[in-house]
Design a protein around this ligand. Structure first.
Ligand code: ZN
Length: 311
């Protein structure tokens, strides 16, 4: 199964990020942990009920992060899937919550409702035929019939698509599916997180990462063996230098910066988010990996407080 595993972005205030994704967009808070490389910072995971690959949007909320700037070498937009018939409901929802949105537009024949989160991250809801038959999380204040069904895909803004496209098709399980203007669409086998669109913008200004920017995009590998085979191909055929495998507790990952400048990750589907707490109570407790557990008291002292009662 190929497709996006998760998308990780940079946020400002933790509470504001939590409120927007759980209370405005109605995603489930799947995991409350810390950035394993910077344990004084939260790492929040939002997704569907069980946090399936293809539904997970994660954030590092850095209270004082400088705002990012969109541009070449950055993820331009992150898109969620909703039923086609729900787009009208969402325009009311966003208005009621004070979120400005763009007029509905058509991309590759699909209706796209674009808006930004409180840190300026570019998001959209795409009406996908058939999405109404997929289960939606309904405990976040959004009725199940209108709930976000996971990712539709991401749009990357790159100087040139060729080398990145070669990695998507040769290593990550995507196929070139369509072209529209300067955008090339690549499609994977998974319905969730199945699209990567590359917007070729030669000569555009380079972006700068900060609050509201995507930090990296993770693609799926079924298991360690598939991930190792993908790493081998990246090294031998594409001149990439992926990292050693890192244990992220909920998945195991390698990272590399793709030729267009975006940080890519390949994450295993296993073991998933129920590895350290039951699905029924995901996200309620601060979870730490074993190596940080001895420092729990110090970590809890420096993390911002979070009012996380679900509505
Ligand atoms: Zn990641």
């Amino acid at each position: 199964m190929s497709g996006i595993h998760h998308v990780t972005a940079i946020a400002g205030k933790a509470q504001r990020n939590f409120d927007f994704y759980t209370r405005t967009l109605g995603l489930r808070f799947v995991k409350r942990t810390v950035n394993f490389d910077d344990p004084g910072t939260y790492h929040f995971y939002y997704g569907d009920e069980a946090g399936q690959p293809g539904t997970i949007l994660t954030f590092f909320p850095w209270e004082h992060a400088a705002p990012g700037r969109g541009g070449v070498g950055q993820t331009h937009q992150t898109a969620f899937r909703v039923p086609v018939s729900s787009l009208g409901w969402w325009t009311h929802r966003l208005t009621e919550k004070g979120v400005a949105y763009e007029p509905l537009e058509k991309r590759f024949g699909e209706s796209v409702l674009a808006f930004t989160d409180p840190d300026g991250m570019s998001l959209s809801l795409v009406g996908v035929p058939g999405a109404e038959t997929e289960a939606g999380w309904s405990q976040g204040g959004v009725p199940a019939e209108h709930a976000i069904r996971g990712f539709h895909g991401v749009t990357l803004l790159l100087d040139s698509a060729a080398k990145t496209g070669a990695i998507l098709t040769d290593v990550l399980g995507y196929k070139e599916a369509a072209r529209e203007g300067s955008i090339i669409r690549y499609k994977a086998t998974a319905a969730l997180g199945g699209y990567v669109d590359i917007y070729e913008a030669k000569g555009f200004m380079t972006g700068r990462q900060g609050r509201g920017s995507v930090h990296h995009i993770a693609f799926r590998a079924a298991d360690d063996a598939e991930q190792a085979a993908m790493a081998k191909k990246l090294i031998e055929k594409h001149g990439m230098h992926p990292t050693e495998q890192l244990d992220r507790n909920y998945f195991r990952s390698i990272y590399f910066r793709e030729p267009g400048g975006v940080l890519f990750e390949i994450a295993t589907d296993q073991p998933g988010f129920a590895v350290d707490e039951p699905v029924e109570t995901l996200g309620q407790q601060l979870k730490l990996p074993k190596f940080l557990e001895p420092h729990r008291a110090d970590i809890e002292k420096v993390l911002p407080s979070l009012e996380s009662e679900t509505v």
